[in-house]
Design a binder for this molecule. Structure first.
Ligand SMILES: Nc1ncnc2c1ncn2[C@@H]1O[C@H](COP(=O)(O)OP(=O)(O)OP(=O)(O)O)[C@@H](O)[C@H]1O
Ligand SMILES: [Mg+2]
Length: 234
């Protein structure tokens, strides 16, 4: 169980995330929807200790992680796929994937490269290419593969479909759903693509101007048509 909040996050004097509480049970899939600037990336950075100043509790599988640096949070099983992907431009696809070993938990074996290529067959044909030779969508798949390599028990994906072609979006949705089903991986993702978010999660939070303005099942989300028009750019 990942338990966050009430959490407040600050950039200097700017109070970006305000009293946000989120919990994700083991094996659960949860989406956080919100338009540009809602605070999605800031929230994930706060959970990983990757920038903003944080006030409030955060625990993962019963361990208090407040005060731990980002790499220590990763080694407790939290795997972030950052919005900007951070692919190593001059390393090959295979080498990029294996960079994920830095986040391996003590006592856990990372996946074999072959297993990761099995999850994302499209990377197999690209495995000797360098990072800068990939399309944006291919880089996104690679960023996910690199994070999965270390076998995180909770995967945090920050807008994984942004700028990604529909056929690759479908592929990512299928693979994430399989990871949940076969490995019990917990999934927390931020999105603006409602179709994608729904296809791989069980329930949804809506974030607007740094606050949670809705929390419920997808059925409850659908029942209130005003939510989309008020809080999402659709
Ligand atoms: N490093 C920073 N310093 C100061 N303010 C920041 C910083 N990063 C983000 N912000 C501000 O925090 C707010 C939330 O930004 P954030 O990037 O978390 O939104 P987001 O929901 O991820 O948006 P997007 O969908 O565009 O990725 C915005 O008002 C943004 O200008
Ligand atoms: Mg963002």
């Amino acid at each position: 169980m990942l338990e966050v909040g009430p959490l407040n996050l600050f950039y200097g004097d700017s109070h970006i995330i305000q009293d946000v509480s989120i919990s994700v049970a083991d094996g659960e899939g949860v989406a956080i929807l919100g338009r540009n600037g809602a605070g999605k990336t800031t929230l994930f950075k706060g959970i990983m200790n990757g920038g903003p100043l944080a006030r409030g509790p955060i625990s993962h599988r019963g361990s208090d992680i407040v005060g731990l640096p980002a790499f220590a949070r990763a080694r407790l099983g939290l795997g972030l796929v950052p919005e900007d992907r951070r692919i190593y431009r001059h390393l090959t696809v295979s080498e990029n994937i294996q960079m994920g070993r830095h986040a391996v938990r003590p006592g856990t074996q990372p996946y074999a490269l072959e297993e990761v290529l099995e999850f994302f067959p499209m990377l197999r044909d690209l495995k000797d290419r360098q990072g800068f030779e990939l399309s944006g969508g291919q880089q996104q798949v690679l960023a996910i593969a690199r994070t999965i390599f270390s076998r995180p028990d909770c995967l945090l994906l920050d807008e994984p479909t942004e700028g990604v072609a529909p056929v690759i979006v479908q592929d990512i949705a299928r693979q994430l759903s399989l990871m949940r089903k076969n490995n019990g991986t917990t999934l927390l993702l931020t999105e603006q693509n409602v179709w994608f978010a729904r296809s791989c999660t069980d329930r949804v939070y809506l974030l607007d101007s740094g606050r949670i303005v809705f929390s419920g099942s997808w059925d409850e989300f659908d029942a209130d048509a005003g939510l989309k028009t008020r809080y999402l750019a659709v």
